[in-house]
Design a protein around this ligand. Structure first.
Ligand code: C2E
Ligand code: MG
Ligand code: MG
Ligand code: MG
Length: 292
């Protein structure tokens, strides 16, 4: 907390801190404008089944196309949206854009692939995430089983925002729930059960360790066996090398996501990947891996 008033407090000011605060205010204002002017874009990153090599799902990731600063990555504005309370509006906009896009793909006669949407802990504070989802699904005539919600372990531990109730209502719609960045937080087995999570996404930090240290393999093996014992599927995030993929296949990880398959791409490029469907060669080497 910074106290602007009070004469004796000036010596506590650090110029850098003041700069940060001013920057944050400016960012907040810019975010309001961006929402009004629809400067956001959703890109999609494929998730591939490790056994079949087929596209099985995709993650929706928001981008801010600032008229002056160009593409702003989410890590630079999501925290500001969270602290300023704009995150609910931003999240609603992402849900709307995803459902709109899915309806468009459907209108092309494409067989839809499930899309996962990130929902941060703060988004649950308004208490209506389940209603926002239900409304968008209904308006765009999208089946609930085609949507997944990704939440982090810390969001699951948030007792204040009635997160559990909203997640239960979301699941009751038929939407699947995934734990994002698994392994970086402090969720317990009982929480995974209590929240009835359908799957885990292993954080990139663990994928990166595969092939680098014994520890990496031990960790992934443990997560996969625990998840499978609890009836959950496992996605490895941030897969960049063939070696990591080979190890993940051996370790029975269900799906992978990462630059090895594709970076997040705009909807038009995603369409091409949907038409291609097979994005990786089979484990037996029947088909070569595609260079994307
Ligand atoms: P996340 O949900 O864990 O998303 C995965 C991030 O890893 C994405 O970063 C993706 O581009 C990146 N990634 C994927 N494959 C690889 C890889 O092989 N190597 C490396 N180095 N990175 C990879 P991105 O798009 O910058 O998003 C960062 C975070 O911002 C997301 O992490 C998520 O927490 C948040 N975020 C993104 N979109 C939304 C949104 O619509 N709503 C909310 N609440 N948060 C979002
Ligand atoms: Mg995610
Ligand atoms: Mg993640
Ligand atoms: Mg992450």
């Amino acid at each position: 907390a910074v106290k602007m008033a009070g004469k004796g407090h000036h010596r506590f000011f650090q110029p850098a801190l003041f700069e940060t605060i001013r920057h944050r205010r400016e960012l907040e204002q810019a975010l309001v404008t961006a929402l009004e002017q629809d400067q956001f874009l959703v890109v999609y990153q494929p998730r591939v089944d490790t056994q079949s090599g087929l596209l099985c799902s995709m993650e929706a990731l928001v981008r801010w196309q600032h008229p002056l600063h160009g593409m702003v990555p989410p890590l630079e504005f999501i925290p500001v949206a969270e602290s300023s309370g704009l995150i609910s509006q931003l999240g609603e906009m992402v849900i709307e854009k995803v459902c709109q896009q899915m309806a468009r793909w459907k209108s092309f006669g494409l067989q839809l692939v499930p899309v996962s949407i990130n929902v941060s802990a703060r988004q649950f504070s308004r208490g209506d995430v389940h209603l926002v989802l239900a409304s968008a699904l209904a308006r765009h005539a999208i089946e609930a089983r085609l949507i997944e919600v990704e939440i982090t372990e810390s969001a699951m531990m948030d007792e204040q925002n009635r997160t559990l109730e909203q997640l239960a209502a979301i699941r009751a719609l038929g939407v699947r729930l995934l734990v994002d960045d698994f392994g970086t937080g402090y969720s317990s087995l009982s929480q995974l059960q209590r929240f009835a999570m359908d799957g885990l996404k292993i954080d990139r930090a663990f994928t990166t360790e595969l092939g680098r240290s014994e520890q990496g393999e031990v960790f992934v093996r443990a997560i996969v066996s625990m998840a499978h014992a609890l009836g959950m599927s496992v996605v490895a995030e941030g897969v960049e090398t063939q070696q990591q993929l080979d190890m993940l296949r051996t370790l029975q990880c269900n799906e992978i996501q990462g630059y090895l398959v594709s970076r997040p791409v705009p909807a038009e490029q995603m369409l091409e990947l949907m038409l291609k469907r097979r994005l990786l060669g089979r484990p037996d080497g029947a088909l070569p891996a595609l260079q994307l």
